[in-house]
Design a protein around this ligand. Sequence first.
Ligand code: NCD
Ligand code: ZN
Length: 344
Amino acid sequence: MTNSIKIIQPDDWHVHFREDEMLSVVTKFSSRVNRRCIAMPNTLIPITSSHQALNYKNLIQMNSGKKDFEALIPCYLTENLNIEDFEYSLQKNIFIGGKLYPNNATTNSEFGANNIKNIYNIFEILEKHKKILLIHGEINRNEIDIFDREKYFIDEELYQIRNTFKDLKIVLEHVSSDYGVDFVKTNNNIAGTITPHHMLLTKNDVFNNNDINPHHYCMPVVKNETDLLALRKAACFNNTKFFLGTDSAPHHINDKRKNNSFKAGIFSAPSSIELYASIFEEENALENLETFSSINGPKFYNLELNKSYLTLHKKSMNIPEFTEEGDIKIKNFFANKNINWQVL
Ligand code: NCD
Ligand code: ZN
């Protein structure tokens, strides 16, 4: 029996750090185990300029409490981006790439593109500078079933983006369906991040007894058992194309459900790598954890592998119900449940 595993220090390629007090409370959880994190730019005022990106990066790094922790920022792509500043930021590595949020697909996405064709000029610039396009891959037209939003995005938009910009490297963020897994596997220059919650929950954990569990509600929504199994297989056994991205997305507990509206997002940062380790163990694939958590991501982003290591110990840990500090109170993912791995 394996009692501990030592892996190259992981990176988390999809995290929401938010702003203000929330930022100062949540940052230390991601910097606890990761060397680098992609800090998603969907803040209340979206991160669209070099100036904002540098400030945000510094703020996160200062709050991390770790000297070598690095926040990487993608630009929030809008239809009226300052193209000159954007190109300058790519050249200077201020932006790691660009994040496409289809309009109103998720939290703070109201600045996202209404018509994705209107930002094809930006994709061309990303391709030219060999930078990454990160995609929230959902279409949210009213008539589309919430469980089919990823599939529709792939069929209506992603095939076309893929075929138009053949050299553009794309990350399909938080892949949530077997259809999405297949698309990533069978196309070139595309990779996918996979969250712990999409490998642990199905729709019954969100929707039951005519109610919604707000703490399991996220975008894209978790789906069926077949999707969960496809994601587990992709993360645990699929070569190079999938890597770690928690999509840890904290919301204050009072905001998660207000009357009949729900904020999407699951906060998993306090036990992220431990959850992944448990899943890989369940799949008898612990020997592949490092590839997923620490190798595939930097390779796809064309960055160096981390030089530091992290050791996980086989030791049961109970996840506390809340993260609470000052005015902030967030429900933790997997609250009150035990997991078998710990970083001491
Ligand atoms: C994220 C958030 O809250 O910012 N929410 C979510 O449900 N995942 C945004 C996102 O990544 O879609
Ligand atoms: Zn996200």
